[in-house]
Write a new protein. Structure first.
Length: 62
């Protein structure tokens, strides 16, 4: 995913493992997942974001 002058927010279901990668220039990468045990057998979601002047956030659906 690419972003220029904007934020990216990804919402994942509770109990799913998420890996966040990529590159951000003048912004932040943040993972805020619920503190619940990971559900066995669920896939790992890999998110790659390349952004310029924007933040990337991954959060749990609550």
């Amino acid at each position: 995913m690419y972003s220029v002058l904007g934020d990216v927010t990804v919402t994942a279901p509770e109990g799913v493992e998420v890996e966040l990668g990529g590159f951000t220039l003048l912004g932040d990468h943040k993972i805020d997942l619920a503190a619940v045990p990971r559900v066995p057998g669920t896939p790992t979601v890999r998110v790659r974001v390349y952004s310029l002047l924007g933040d990337t956030a991954v959060r749990s659906a609550r």
